[in-house]
Design a protein around this ligand. Structure first.
Ligand SMILES: Nc1nc2c(ncn2[C@@H]2O[C@H](COP(=O)(O)OP(=O)(O)OP(=O)(O)O)[C@@H](O)[C@H]2O)c(=O)[nH]1
Length: 236
């Protein structure tokens, strides 16, 4: 990459992808890689609690050279590694950036298990939060920091609306109402125009970041929550 005299950052845009289990975080990352890998240099970090399952899924999709997809195994609470102590993830991102320099975009997938996950701005420059239609039409109204204040809210699997009795337009309207004007996109990997709209949002964000015109915003801390052992805890 050529150097210049501006204040623009010289590293990749780091974009977090959070959301409850099964809403389509990995699929969203796969779709973005399919559309954008021909025009920008991309790396991916996945977070799973006990396995590298999401990284293996993405490698099997063949959307990027395998070595550009790396897994972080977070142990007990998947949120700690993206919010409180981001060291494991930062090291993984920096390794990727060093090994494939210059990267334009690093996608970081959170381990998902509830509605409250948010990334620390110390780890990512921007974040998108993924809900899905199959989780119920009222989920967007339930709020939380990711739904309300992530840089982008994706309402995924809109192709399933009629099969699960969800009015997709109403769900999108509820999502917009919960976000005070922040962007919302209805997406289905079966509808290429929606995937293109999502990729367009990332393209614009990456251009703004590279030009020094993007300000990271913290959606706020996670709400107290419990895990399988039943203990309730909270993140700073
Ligand atoms: N119909 C439909 N199914 C989808 C879509 N996107 C993802 N899926 C399916 O939803 C399921 C979960 O998708 P994943 O991408 O694994 O979701 P995830 O959020 O990464 O899941 P975890 O990592 O387990 O939290 C898979 O069976 C996908 O094939 C979509 O747009 N439409």
């Amino acid at each position: 990459m050529t150097s210049n005299a501006t204040d623009a950052p010289h590293r990749a845009l780091r974009l977090g992808v959070a959301g409850p289990v099964g809403t389509g975080k990995s699929s969203t990352i796969a779709s973005l890689c399919r559309v954008l890998a021909g025009e920008m240099s991309i790396g991916v970090i996945t977070n799973d609690i006990y396995t590298d399952e999401d990284a293996r899924f993405l490698r099997s999709e063949g959307v990027l050279p395998q070595e550009r997809i790396r897994a972080v195994e977070t142990g007990a609470c998947p949120h700690t590694a993206i919010r409180d102590d981001v060291t494991m993830n930062l090291l993984a991102v920096e390794d990727l950036e060093r090994d494939f320099s210059p990267l334009d975009l690093v996608l970081v997938e959170s381990g998902g298990d509830n509605l409250t996950a948010t990334f620390s701005p110390a780890l990512v420059d921007a974040q998108l939060f993924v809900l899905d239609v199959a989780g119920g039409g009222d989920v967007a109204r339930k709020g939380g920091p990711g739904i309300a204040r992530a840089d982008l809210l994706v309402v995924n699997k809109i192709d399933l609306g009629e099969h699960v009795d969800v009015d997709v337009e109403q769900m999108l309207a509820d999502a917009r109402a919960a976000r005070d004007g922040r962007p919302v996109l209805g997406v289905s990997r079966k509808r290429p125009e929606t995937v293109e709209a999502l990729a367009g949002w990332v393209r614009e964000l990456q251009a703004a970041f590279t030009g020094g015109g993007h300000e990271p915003v913290d959606p706020g801390p996670m709400a107290p929550h419990s895990h399988a052992d039943g203990t309730v805890h909270q993140h700073g």
